[in-house]
Ligand binder design. Structure first.
Ligand code: ATP
Ligand code: MG
Length: 568
């Protein structure tokens, strides 16, 4: 696990010129004039699911590098698998990238727009004797590839004539064959030490309509044949992918070295993917959570998808700051989810309006306060930012406080309300609890209290002190809300580590829904998606669709700092 610096240190690092193997490479290419001064990256999602927080890192990296070096980043859909892909995912991905704060050039790019060009390059390879149609079934083909210690064997179809190959390939394209009947393979070396180079498949037959090209194609390019050529067509200079594609680089280069490129040849660079504790960043596993009904869709606020964290209240700027802080590495590691949360908390601490909300209400009746009176108290919207102004908070005879802020039999060091004790109400008066009302089971259902009218500013004229300040809302003026609290989605720090299924450690109590929350009346005007701080409780995001539904974004306590301390 990498040793992390604090957020303050990161802010410092960002002002200095960032340096890592990718930036160093780009600077070297610029200095050498490799691409005539151009810098072009791309973010190439397959539209077969929604983006997750791992993708956010790739987006920040690719778009960020382009911004930093005055280049361009293309949003390109790698839509070469018609079975799994759809327009729905395309739209969602475009939206998520924009929400993260990045805009690609006006054009959105699609691999499917290049099918003609790729096809024509494939014929070029056939004409050069560098590709052939193979009739072997996939099982035999994979057996004949050999292994790391055993050589591969040439296919009996490897020495077909150029004419025969062209004829068969054209008929594959024309839809004359069934799925899987033939493939086009690159003719490289069946004894190559890099398994990727043992005559890889370039095209497979799939008689499946594509969401953009319809029935035009009966053959679709495989990843390696498609990806590098997409980069080449767009004039990408630095093609950045995750480490598991390390072995594919040689093939990436081989293809490009054997076709006529419209621009200078791009280069592939690999970086370590982002992994976070207590979540999974695998589209397949996330899709399973949706299919199993564990969550209410990809945009559930418990999901580590971009739409999920957005609904949860994570600011896009905090995600960008986090990605920039962790930077790019050459070795895989797992980052603590608490670190990401600390970026979210820091950002919200600076920007979120302060509000009062009581999640588990207990009524307090102030017997010496006039019945029916509504007194407006003034409260700052933010403790350190006067520009955010103030709001009125109504005070009345009956108020709600948090159930846990009253104890009938207080344990030692409990300084909040109990009968006979005086506490301060945030922004308001001192009150003293005098009695309790209980239900048939003996539970406290109401607290009786008195207030001191001399303490309206939160201070006693005689200088007496109280040991705690608690939050509250007016019972008659409050608005009702539903609040959802979140715990870790997976109890395991590393879900799926070893041979386990990540879903085995799914946290059944990841969500706690509180139906009866009471919020100060100004909360009725909070915009969809806005995040506020409920004082003493944390940050809460107003749901994007459902009014008066709030998601706890993060708590107030800096879990990251606590973790770091524990490690020392
Ligand atoms: P998954 O494994 O979840 O299906 P994927 O890599 O197959 O993800 P793509 O749509 O191909 O999904 O991903 C688009 C881009 O995002 C790729 O360039 C990939 O390298 C990058 N990416 C995906 N996951 C991560 C991650 N966890 N960290 C960094 N980059 C990622
Ligand atoms: Mg992929």
């Amino acid at each position: 696990m990498s040793n992390d610096s604090t957020n303050e240190e990161s802010a410092e690092a960002e002002t200095a010129e960032a340096s890592d193997f990718l930036r160093d490479q780009i600077r070297a290419d610029l200095a050498a004039g490799t691409y005539g001064g151009r810098v072009k990256t791309r973010f190439p999602p397959e539209p077969n699911g929604y983006l997750h927080i791992g993708h956010a890192m790739s987006i920040c990296l690719n778009f960020g590098l382009a911004q930093e070096f005055g280049g361009e980043c293309n949003l390109r859909f790698d839509d070469t698998n018609p079975e799994a892909e759809s327009e729905e995912f395309v739209r969602a991905i475009v939206e998520d990238v924009e929400w993260l704060g990045f805009e690609s050039s006006d054009t959105i790019y699609y691999a499917s727009d290049y099918f003609d060009q790729m096809y024509s390059w494939a014929e070029d390879l056939i004409n050069k004797g560098l590709a052939y149609v193979d009739d072997l079934d996939s099982e035999t083909m994979s057996e004949m590839r050999g292994g790391f210690t055993t050589p591969g064997q040439n296919s009996p179809f490897r020495e077909r004539s150029i004419e025969e190959n062209l004829d068969l390939f054209r008929r594959m394209k024309a839809g004359e064959f069934a799925d899987g009947e033939r493939v086009l393979r690159a003719k490289i070396d069946m004894n190559h030490e890099n398994m990727q180079m043992r005559d890889p498949v370039m095209y497979r037959i799939r008689n499946t309509p594509h969401h953009r090209t319809g029935d035009t194609w009966a053959i679709y390019p495989n990843y390696d044949w498609a990806h590098g050529q997409e980069d080449a067509i767009e004039g990408v200079t630095h093609s950045i992918c995750t480490l598991e594609f390390d072995n594919n680089r040689e093939l990436y280069d081989w293809y490009q070295n054997n076709i006529d490129l419209p621009f200078e040849k791009p280069n592939q660079y690999e970086f370590a993917r982002l992994n976070l504790t207590h979540i999974v960043t695998s589209k397949r596993k996330l899709a399973q959570l949706v299919a199993d009904g564990v969550v209410n869709g990809w945009d559930d606020a418990a999901m580590p998808t971009i739409r999920g964290v957005r609904r949860r209240g994570y600011p896009a700027s905090a995600i960008r700051a986090f990605c920039s802080h962790i930077g790019v590495a050459k070795t895989n590691s797992v980052r603590e989810i608490e670190l990401l949360e600390s970026f979210v908390r820091d950002e919200l601490n600076a920007t979120a309006l302060r509000r009062s909300g009581v999640l588990r209400p207990l009524k307090v009746v102030i017997d010496n306060y006039p019945e029916g009176q509504v007194e407006m108290l003034t409260a700052a919207n933010h403790p350190n930012d006067e520009s955010l102004g103030v709001r009125d908070v109504p005070f009345t005879r009956e108020i709600y406080i948090e159930r846990e802020d009253f104890e009938e039999d207080p344990p030692p060091k409990y300084y909040r309300l109990t009968v006979g004790r005086e506490v301060r109400l945030r922004y308001g008066y001192f009150i003293t609890a005098t009695d309790v009302v209980k239900d048939a089971e003996g539970n406290v259902v109401e607290v009786r209290a008195t207030y001191d009218p001399e303490t309206s500013g939160g201070q006693a004229p005689d200088g007496r002190k109280v040991k705690s300040t608690i939050h509250w809302v007016s019972a008659s003026e409050a608005v009702d809300a539903t609040v959802v609290l979140y715990d870790r989605l997976f109890t395991d720090e590393h879900p799926g580590s070893g041979d386990t299924d990540p879903l085995d450690s799914l946290n059944a109590d990841a969500k706690e829904v509180l139906e009866g929350a009471k919020l100060e009346p100004s909360m009725a005007k909070i915009a969809a998606g806005e995040v506020v701080q409920f004082e003493r409780l944390g940050y809460f995001a107003h749901d994007l669709d459902q009014p008066m539904l709030f998601h706890r974004t993060v708590g107030l306590r800096d879990e990251w700092a606590r973790l770091q301390k524990r490690k020392k």
